[in-house]
Design a binder for this molecule. Structure first.
Ligand code: ZN
Length: 210
């Protein structure tokens, strides 16, 4: 199965709303298989169809080592409970993470690969992933939720640098592998565009290396 290239911010497809899936055909099966292989290769928790350039309400999530990769079709959150602040990243922002506000638990409904209706109560990482991926299907990105005084920073860096900056922010990874990138998933141009867009939006914060 082919590994699909992952679109990075600020690609405009990431801001589009995906369309409801109505046919459970071969095409959908192929999309699910390819997205699953892509997520596996990227070693991520979740992937929404927008991120591979397909505007269909499909996402794949693998939230724990014991769980298999699972497809969620036309997923919807029907109830949210509580809130918490969690560290979050996104495959469309490789190497960046930030602190976002998420629900403690959610109730969601979705269709499985064969169109069967399923309702689940989710907490912890699954709850967070469902909120993150359903946001993607609505054109919303995790940077839209960054805690006001937080900036994005590079992965692997200390996040308790909770200085009270005015703007939204993202942390950036400062590891030496920064210039190496996965050519199966990302283009160099995509990564350069991402960095430039984050700088322009003033949501990038290079945390001092440890
Ligand atoms: Zn994401």
């Amino acid at each position: 199965m082919p590994i699909l290239p992952i679109l990075t911010f600020p690609n405009s497809i990431l801001r589009k709303k995906a369309k409801t899936v109505n046919s459970f055909d071969k095409e959908l099966k192929n999309l699910i298989d390819n997205m699953t292989d892509t997520l596996k290769h990227a070693q991520g928790v979740g992937l929404a169809a927008n991120q591979v350039g397909v505007l269909k309400r499909v996402c794949i999530i693998k939230h724990s080592p014991e769980e298999d990769y699972k497809a969620y079709i036309n997923p919807e959150i029907i109830k949210k409970e509580g809130y918490r602040y969690v560290s979050e990243g996104c495959l469309s922002f490789p190497e960046y993470n930030g602190i976002v506000k998420r629900s403690v638990s959610v109730t969601a409904r979705y269709l499985d690969e064969s169109g069967g209706k399923i309702k689940i109560n989710a907490k912890e990482l699954l709850s967070q992933a469902l909120e993150h991926e359903i946001d993607h299907l609505n054109g919303i990105l995790f940077i839209d939720h960054l805690k006001e005084h937080e900036k994005l920073h590079i992965n692997g860096q200390d996040t308790d640098a909770h200085t009270h900056e005015i703007n939204l922010s993202v942390n950036v990874d400062n590891n030496e592998n920064k210039d190496k990138f996965d050519t199966k998933l990302y283009t160099k141009i995509g990564l350069d565009d991402l960095k430039l867009a984050l700088e322009r939006a003033d949501i990038l914060k290079e945390v001092e290396g440890k």
